[in-house]
Design a protein around this ligand. Structure first.
Ligand SMILES: [Zn+2]
Ligand SMILES: [Zn+2]
Length: 373
């Protein structure tokens, strides 16, 4: 272990659902194997999913260090010739981000179905990697983060601010993955349900994929204004147009009377799915992006799928290639999609509970923890 690393570091630990996180001290991992890294956390984004995890809406092991949207600086390397996922040499001090999911590369989903996001042994930092045993530092809400040798690490380009990457958060890679699965065609009309972080990310990806027109249904007004700045052609405020039938009429009016070619669910409320099927044109595609947490069942009419010949897509998490695309999008289109502007609140590690509460009650744009600030 290099002398420059402290012997211990502080992390915010979730020991029970719905209880305050506790800042605890952990021993710094020693004797790194080749490929392993210790990184010093710069920014740890607070994702809406963290709020759901804190409420116990996914079966995850505890105690856990939350945080899956992280930028950091390489602080220690198990071998001096370690490279990032794209084969670029890494050095101590490099600014990096990383894919939180790690896969076994051996199960049938990894090997045969080429669906690593559904790997039977998938581990995700900050989601299902408990911190009780060494190397402990397995989530973003801490001063340092340990990275296993098989982590997809990305050296960040100098002209990409960390705020852009964390501002876009896991929503952007989620959207990139979803659109890849759906194989949207250039020139298709896109309706996005929801104007939160996932909706905004889907909007940017739809725009870059040649979608037109792009319509967003959501609220409140400020979020819809941002959607228009990001390139939405039409926004429909659910507060101003509370009647689903009227929303349907407006969407059809904007799509030659037929409904959208592509509808992307980014709301996280099950009831939106039934409306979304109505908003699709016959033969259209419906992508469910907003239900990482289990928000429960609703009654849906399968007749709609048959009659309209709909195709429904799901998409879970992201894979390293989606990070490559997202990083390049953010680097080259920063003016077009100013995701860095989404960050409204910064908290020290000791303010983590205040931060989670603020995110849970919609008081923030994007909130980040600055654990070494
Ligand atoms: Zn997330
Ligand atoms: Zn696997």
């Amino acid at each position: 272990m290099p002398d420059s690393l402290p012997g211990s570091c502080a992390c915010a630990v979730m020991t029970a659902f719905n209880q305050p996180l506790a800042v605890q001290s952990f021993a710094m991992p020693r004797d790194l194997a080749p490929g392993e890294l210790i990184v010093r956390v710069e920014l740890a984004g607070i994702c809406g999913t963290d709020v759901h995890l804190h409420k116990g809406q996914l079966a995850i092991p505890l105690p856990l260090i939350l945080g899956h949207e992280t930028t950091a600086f390489v602080a220690a390397m198990g071998a001096s010739d370690t490279k990032d996922w794209l084969g670029r040499p890494l050095s101590v001090g490099d600014r990096v981000s990383f894919t939180v999911g790690r896969t076994c590369k051996e199960c049938r989903y990894c090997r045969v179905y080429r669906l690593p996001s559904r790997c039977l042994k998938r581990q995700a930092y900050g989601v299902n990697t408990p911190c009780a045993q060494p190397p402990h530092l397995l989530g973003g809400y801490g001063q340092y983060h340990f990275l296993h040798a098989d982590t997809a690490v990305f050296k960040l380009p100098d002209d990409l601010p960390s705020e852009a990457l964390v501002g876009a958060g896991c929503a952007l890679v989620t959207a990139v993955h979803g659109f890849e699965r759906m194989r949207m065609s250039w020139g298709e009309s896109v309706l996005i349900q929801g104007s939160g972080p996932v909706g905004l990310a889907a909007l940017a990806v739809a725009k870059e994929s040649g979608g037109r027109p792009i319509i967003v249904i959501g609220g409140p007004r400020e979020r819809l204004e941002r959607c228009r700045r990001f390139g939405a052609d039409l926004t429909i405020d659910i507060d101003e147009v509370p009647d689903p039938q009227q929303r349907l009429r407006m969407v059809r009016e904007a799509t030659d009377g037929l409904g959208a070619d592509v509808v992307v669910e980014c709301v996280g409320m099950p009831v939106a799915v039934a409306e979304g099927w109505d908003l699709c044109r016959d033969g259209g595609k419906y992508l469910v992006l907003g239900h990482y947490g289990d928000a429960g069942p609703i009654a849906l009419n399968p007749h709609v799928i048959t009659r309209k010949e709909l195709t429904v897509y799901g998409s879970w998490g992201s894979e390293p290639q989606h990070w490559v695309a997202a990083i390049e999008l953010l680097r080259t289109r920063r003016e077009r999609y100013p995701f860095h502007e989404l960050i409204t609140h910064r908290y020290p590690l000791a303010g983590v509970n205040e931060a989670l509460a603020a995110v849970a009650s919609w008081q923030t744009g994007k909130a980040v923890i600055v654990p070494n600030g």
